[in-house]
Design a binder for this molecule. Structure first.
Ligand SMILES: [Ca+2]
Ligand SMILES: [Ca+2]
Length: 237
């Protein structure tokens, strides 16, 4: 069979390509925050020391002159320490904002896509053949859903709304015989959720896999236009 349509997915993981760059930015913001915090602690300790020294100095004065204004040097020192402290506070604030911005820069799922564990899912209402469904997903920067485990399956089952959907799973056929099944990212099938008696490869032409409204899987002819489809893409968070 012609596998060229989905082989191209082979070098593409489920992770968004921008994911690692965001991680690097977040890491950098965290480093910046750590540095700012260290500086603030350092400045606060310097200020505390200066205050202690000022108090000690005041205590050496006789009660009669305690009301005398602080010496210009002490006043200047305190003012400088205060300014430094303000600088560090602004720096810390900026760093915190940077971290917050990184967190909020997570792309939320597009309208009418459902979020679940770092992915966004689109359950189509229209019906289409498998290839067309895959094209729809690709057009949205997604792929037909890859069901990695039971948790993801349970989420999908909860959202079928009584309809059937294509999955990103196809048969690998050699000499008319199905050898295995492969996800659109090229990964062989491990977790599966077949309906009883499936996959049956009825009439030797059921190369594509869909999810029944019950959530259970069935192999079906790829040109069937009886089902919708589910697209999945990473949310980038
Ligand atoms: Ca998945
Ligand atoms: Ca079947």
């Amino acid at each position: 069979m012609d596998t060229s349509e989905y082989r191209k997915w082979g070098d593409q993981s489920e992770e968004a390509p921008g994911g690692s760059a965001t991680q690097v930015q977040l890491q950098s913001a965290r480093t910046e925050l750590g540095e700012a915090q260290a500086k603030l602690i350092e400045q606060e300790s310097a200020l505390k020391e200066l205050r202690e020294r000022s108090v000690a100095f005041l205590l050496t004065l006789t009660p009669g002159i305690i009301s005398t204004p602080l010496t210009p040097a002490v006043t200047k020192g305190l003012a400088e320490a205060g300014r430094d402290r303000e600088d560090v506070r602004s720096e810390l604030f900026r760093a915190l904002e940077a971290v917050r911005f990184q967190n909020s820069s997570c792309q939320p799922c597009p309208k009418s896509w459902l979020p679940y564990q770092g992915s966004c899912y689109f359950f189509s209402v229209p019906k289409a053949a498998w290839e067309e469904a895959q094209r729809h997903c690709a057009g949205a920067g997604a792929h037909l859903v890859i069901v990695g485990d039971l948790e993801e399956q349970v989420f999908l089952t909860r959202n079928t709304r009584g309809r059937g959907y294509w999955l990103g799973l196809r048969a690998v056929r050699r000499a008319r015989k199905i050898q295995s099944y492969q996800w659109v990212d090229g990964v062989p099938l491990s977790f599966s959720h077949w309906n009883q008696g499936e996959p049956n490869d009825s009439l030797g032409r059921e190369d594509c896999v869909m999810m029944l409204h019950t959530g259970l899987w069935n192999d079906a002819p790829c040109d069937n236009e009886r089902d919708g489809w589910i697209c999945e893409k990473r949310s980038g968070c």
